[in-house]
Design a protein around this ligand. Structure first.
Ligand SMILES: Cc1ncc(C[n+]2csc(CCOP(=O)(O)OP(=O)(O)O)c2C)c(N)n1
Length: 204
């Protein structure tokens, strides 16, 4: 696998962690008003499993939209911290958003990719992250300079804390195992949208 020099060591030393556990650790770090936008499938299932919050948005159906939606929320509500969770396959489908986020650089946006190197929810086919693409190197190349692999759970928590008070967005990448999500989000797109709009005060 070819990796850019500065992420290669961190990528190969990164511990394989568990998405459900990391999502719970993330939610435990939130103060309350942060919006969390999670991508199709497992990232939003585990966000749901960590305990529903009115400020959570669960993307259904289309890959790669967690980061773009979170960008929109971050630009619309600059006083609110916004966290976006995405799977590696979904991020690979929408890589251009990293360039846009780096260019606009909203200080209140944090990005997390859960990299199991497969399209798990559709049967575990390998993504390019399994062999040829280092998503942290991609993010750095797009201009998200602070992007990094989380080396273990404590490092992940430290990076989340740093991201929640950072002055510029960066990508936290976590290598995760193949465990399925701990629950399944209730699939009701209208309810998800309305609850979120009220949760962030965009609708009363
Ligand atoms: C535009 C688009 N293409 C394909 C699909 C089918 N699909 C749904 S989820 C998924 C895999 C998602 O992989 P990843 O984001 O890595 O998350 P994981 O399943 O590994 O948690 C695929 C291929 C889709 N829903 N939308």
């Amino acid at each position: 696998m070819v990796k850019s020099e500065n992420t290669a060591a961190r990528a190969s030393n990164a511990k394989v962690m568990n998405r459900t556990d990391l999502t719970r650790r993330l939610v435990a770090k939130l103060k309350g008003e942060e919006a969390v936008v999670a991508g199709i499938g497992n990232t939003n299932f585990d966000l749901w499993a960590a305990g529903h919050r009115p400020q959570n948005f669960y993307m259904l159906g289309s890959m790669g939209l967690a980061f773009p939606i979170a960008l929109g929320v971050a630009l619309a509500q600059p006083q609110r911290r916004v966290v976006a969770l995405e799977g590696d396959g979904s991020l690979l489908m929408q890589l251009g958003c990293l360039s846009t986020i780096a260019m606009l650089a909203p200080a209140n946006l944090s990005l997390i990719v859960m990299d199991n190197s497969v399209y798990q929810i559709t049967g575990g086919q390998a993504t390019p992250a399994a062999s040829s693409t280092d998503l942290v190197a991609v993010a750095q190349g797009c201009g998200l300079a602070g992007s990094t692999w989380a080396s273990d759970e404590e490092d992940f928590e430290r990076l989340v804390e740093a991201a929640l008070s950072a002055k510029a967005p960066f990508l936290i990448a976590a290598r995760i195992d193949g465990e399925p999500a701990a629950a399944t989000t209730h699939r009701d797109p209208v309810q998800i949208r309305e609850r979120f709009m009220r949760g962030i005060g965009a609708r009363h």
